[in-house]
Design a protein around this ligand. Structure first.
Ligand code: ATP
Length: 221
C-alpha cells in the first residue's frame, strides 16, 4: 500500500483577546507520498510546529484540510481521529515524551499495553535493532539521552504508523546517536513510510531528500 499526506490550503491564526491574531499558517500546501523524507526549515516563529500539529490532526485548522491516506481528518470525530492517528501517525519530539514510571518495553508498547494486544517479541526485536536489547526493563531515567530518543523512535516504529512527524529529533543528540536516528528515519521511508521533520540540524538536513523552508506562515519560494 502506498501512503500519502496532503495538506491543502491550510490556514491557522492564533487569536488572543485584545491582541492582533498571529497568522501561523497561511494557505500552506504540501504533498507527500511513500518514500518521502522531507525536512522543514525556517526561522523561529515561522509556523513549523503549527504545521506539524496540524498535519497530525492535533490542531484544528481555520480553513483548508489535511488528508492522510485518503482520509480527510476534519471529517472524523475526536475519538475517530485519535484512533486513526494511533494507526497512521507517530510523533517523535526533541524531548522524547516517554512515560517516566514505565519500563522501556512498556513505553514502546504503550498503545496496546492496556488492551494486552500486540507482541512483546516484536517490541524486543525493534529495541534490539536500536541497540537497546539489554535495556528493556530500565526506566527512562536510567538511560542516556541518546538511548531515550532511540526508545521514542522504537515506539514510533512499533506503532505501525506510516507517517512520522519529527520535531527536532536530533536536537539533543551527539553525532553517533543522531546518525542512528536519522538512518532509522531514512530506512522507514525506504520501506514506504513518510517522514516530515522540522530541524535546524545540518546533519538531519543532509539526510532528507527534500527541503522546504517556511517564512511567516507559508513556504518561502
Ligand atoms: N498557542 C499559541 N497562542 C498564540 N500564539 C501562538 C501559539 N502558538 C504559536 N503561536 C505563534 O504562532 C507563530 C508560529 O508558531 P510556531 O510555534 O508554529 O513556530 P515555529 O516555527 O515552530 O517556531 P520555533 O522554531 O521557535 O519552534 C509564532 O508567532 C508564535 O508566537
Amino acid at each position: 500500500m502506498t501512503n500519502s499526506l496532503e495538506i491543502q490550503q491550510a490556514s491557522k491564526a492564533y487569536k488572543r483577546k485584545n491582541q492582533t491574531p498571529v497568522q501561523a499558517l497561511d494557505k500552506v500546501d504540501l504533498k507527500a507520498q511513500s518514500g518521502d523524507f522531507i525536512a522543514v526549515l525556517g526561522p523561529s516563529g515561522c509556523g513549523k510546529s503549527t504545521l506539524m500539529l496540524s498535519a497530525g490532526g492535533l490542531l484544528e485548522l481555520d480553513s483548508g484540510k489535511v488528508v492522510v491516506n485518503g482520509q480527510d481528518l476534519s471529517q472524523l470525530s475526536s475519538s475517530q481521529k485519535a484512533e486513526f492517528r494511533a494507526q497512521n501517525i507517530a510523533y517523535v519530539y526533541q524531548e522524547f515524551h516517554l512515560i517516566s514510571y514505565l519500563s522501556v518495553i512498556d513505553n514502546v508498547r504503550i498503545a496496546d499495553l492496556a488492551l494486552g494486544a500486540g507482541s512483546e517479541e516484536r517490541a524486543k526485536d525493534i529495541l534490539n535493532q536500536f541497540g537497546l536489547g539489554d535495556r528493556v526493563h530500565h526506566l527512562p531515567s536510567e538511560l542516556s539521552v541518546g538511548e531515550q530518543q532511540r526508545v521514542a523512535l522504537s515506539r514510533a516504529i512499533y506503532s505501525g504508523a506510516k507517517i512520522i512527524l519529527a520535531d527536532e529529533p536530533t536536537g539533543n543528540l551527539d553525532s553517533e546517536n543522531a546518525e542512528i536516528v536519522l538512518k532509522a528515519l531514512r530506512d522507514f521511508t525506504e520501506q514506504g513510510g513518510i517522514v516530515l521533520m522540522v530541524t535546524h540540524d545540518d546533519r538531519a538536513v543532509a539526510y532528507a531528500q527534500q527541503k522546504l523552508t517556511m517564512a511567516a506562515g507559508h513556504w518561502d519560494s
